[in-house]
Design a binder for this molecule. Structure first.
Ligand SMILES: Cc1ncc(COP(=O)(O)O)c(C=O)c1O
Ligand SMILES: N[C@@H](CCCC[NH3+])C(=O)O
Length: 414
C-alpha cells in the first residue's frame, strides 16, 4: 500500500494534493506521510510481538523532531550515534531508557551525558572505547550497560560506502578478538555486560547476509556462555533495504520472522535498529522545474532542488524515482535532472524520461531517509522546509531556513 498516489493525474500525499502543499509551503520541499511511518514501524513491532524486543529507530535516517515524537508515542526506542541525536530524542519526548548508543567515536562528554540520562545500552566498538567508558562511569560512580559491536566479516552485498560488516571496515570489534574483548569488559568494574551487537551495512536487499551474520553471532554467544558470560540481548542493527527502483527486499515481517526462527529456544531479547526501512518510502522531495535547456543534444531539466538538499544521487550515484506531480500525455523526452549548485556532480537523476514543462513540479520518491538529514547550506542555499501530512491535514515540522540564519554566529574582524 502506498500513501503517495495519483488521483485524476495529480499526485497526493495521503489526502493532500502535493501541488497544493508546494503552493502553500514553496519548493524545494520535503513531505512525509504519518500513516506510512506508523505502518512501517508497526511492521517490525508486530512481527516480533510474541518475543521480548525493542525497536530502536535509527535517528540518523530522519531526525526531525516530529518524526521522532510520532515514533516515541508508539513506544519506539532509538538508536543514536551522537550526543546531538540523544538531545533530539529527549526534545522529542523519547525515553532515554530505550536508547542504544552506536558509533565508533563517542566522546567522554557524550558518554557522560548518556549515562546521566540513563540510556539502555552502549554499543561499544573497540577496546579503547571500553576503557574510556569504564573511566567515565567510574567518575559518576555508576555502572555503564554495554553491548559489544562485533564485526562478523560478512559481505552485505551493498554499496561499498554503506557496507560496514567486512573486517576491513572501521566498524565493530573483529570476531577473532571478540572473546578477549568480552573478557576484558567483564573485568572492568564499572561496566555491566548486557549484549552483543552487529550491524553489517545499509540497503541490504537479501536475507542471506543477515542470516549469516546471525549464525556467527549466535555461535559467539554460545562460546561466551561456555565461559560463564551470559548475554541478555542481541542487537541485530538496521540495514534492511527498501525499493527505490526494482529491488525486492524482504518485508520487515519476513526479515524479522527469519531472524526469530534462529532464536528458537533462546532467552535473548531482540533489538532492531531500522532507519531506512521505516523512513525512506515515507517521504518525497518536491522540486520545481526552473528551466529546460539543451546542450549538445542533451536535455537538462534544471530544478530548484539540488545536491545540497538531497545528496544521495551525487554521493553514491543512488537512483531514486522522479515523477511529475501532474501527469501529462504529451510526448516525453529524456532529461538529466540537475540543480543550481555549481558542481557537475549536482544531479538528482540522469537520463529520465519525463513529460514536463517549465514551472512543473517533480517529486523525488523514497526521500524520507538520508534526505533532509544529509542536507547542507553549500552555495549558501537555505535548507528546505519539511511538512508532515496526516490524512487531509498537514503541518510544517521544520520551517524553511531564512538567509540570516545561514550566517548566524559568523563575525567580522574588528
Ligand atoms: C549502527 C547502525 N544502526 C542502524 C543503522 C540504520 O541503518 P538503516 O537505515 O540501513 O536501517 C545504521 C546505518 O547504517 C547504523 O550504522
Ligand atoms: N547515508 C546512506 C546510509 C548510511 C547509513 C549509515 N549507517 C544512504 O543514504 O544510503
Amino acid at each position: 500500500m502506498d500513501y503517495f498516489n495519483f488521483r485524476e493525474k495529480h499526485l497526493f500525499a495521503e489526502d493532500c494534493s502535493v501541488a497544493e502543499l508546494a503552493k502553500q509551503y514553496g519548493t524545494p520541499l520535503y513531505i512525509y506521510s504519518r500513516a506510512t511511518l506508523e505502518r512501517h514501524w508497526h511492521a517490525f513491532d508486530s512481527a516480533v510481538a510474541e518475543h521480548p524486543h525493542l525497536i530502536c529507530y535509527a535517528v540518523k535516517a530522519n531526525a526531525n523532531l516530529a518524526v521522532l515524537n510520532l515514533l516515541a508515542r508508539m513506544g519506539s526506542g532509538f538508536d543514536i550515534v551522537s550526543g546531538g541525536e540523544l538531545a533530539r530524542v529527549v526534545a522529542a519526548g523519547g525515553d532515554p531508557a530505550k536508547v542504544v548508543f552506536s558509533g565508533v567515536g563517542k566522546t567522554a562528554a557524550e558518554m557522560k551525558m548518556a549515562l546521566e540520562l540513563g540510556i539502555y545500552c552502549f554499543n561499544v566498538e573497540s577496546l579503547a572505547e571500553l576503557e574510556q567508558l569504564n573511566d567515565v562511569a567510574a567518575g559518576l560512580s555508576t555502572m555503564a550497560p554495554v553491548s559489544l559491536r562485533i564485526n562478523p566479516d560478512v559481505d552485505a552485498g551493498t554499496h561499498p560506502y554503506i557496507s560496514t560488516g567486512l573486517k576491513e571496515n572501521k566498524f565493530g570489534i573483529a570476531m577473532n578478538d571478540a572473546e578477549a574483548a568480552f573478557t576484558r569488559a567483564m573485568e572492568l568494574p564499572y561496566l555491566q555486560v548486557k549484549g552483543v551487537d552487529c550491524h553489517i551495512g545499509s540497503q541490504l536487499t537479501e536475507l542471506r547476509p543477515f542470516l549469516d551474520a546471525m549464525d556467527r553471532v549466535l555461535a559467539l554467544i554460545d562460546r561466551l556462555g561456555d565461559k560463564g558470560i551470559d548475554i541478555h540481548h542481541l542487537d541485530v542493527g538496521g540495514g534492511l533495504g527498501v525499493t527505490y527502483d526494482d529491488e525486492t527486499p524482504p518485508m520487515p515481517n519476513v526479515y524479522a520472522s527469519a531472524l526469530m526462527e534462529k532464536l528458537q529456544g533462546r532467552d535473548l531479547q531482540l533489538i532492531f535498529e531500522p532507519g531506512r526501512a521505516i523512513a525512506a518510502n515515507a517521504g518525497i522531495f518536491v522540486t520545481q522545474v526552473l528551466y529546460l535547456k539543451e546542450n549538445a543534444g542533451k536535455n537538462f531539466a534544471i530544478v530548484d532542488g539540488a545536491m545540497n538538499d538531497l545528496i544521495r544521487p551525487a554521493l553514491y550515484g543512488a537512483w531514486q524515482k522522479i515523477i511529475p506531480v501532474r501527469q501529462y500525455r504529451s510526448a516525453p523526452k529524456v532529461y538529466d535532472v540537475v540543480g543550481p549548485v555549481c558542481e557537475t556532480g549536482d544531479f538528482l537523476g540522469k537520463s529520465r524520461e519525463l513529460s514536463i514543462r517549465k514551472g512543473d513540479l517533480l517529486a523525488v520518491r523514497s526521500s524520507g531517509a538520508y534526505g533532509f538529514v544529509m542536507s547542507s547550506n553549500y552555495n549558501t542555499r537555505p535548507r528546505a522546509a519539511e511538512v508532515m501530512v496526516d490524512a487531509s491535514s498537514h503541518y510544517v515540522v521544520r520551517e524553511r531556513e531564512k538567509l540570516p540564519q545561514l550566517w548566524q554566529g559568523e563575525h567580522l574582524l574588528p
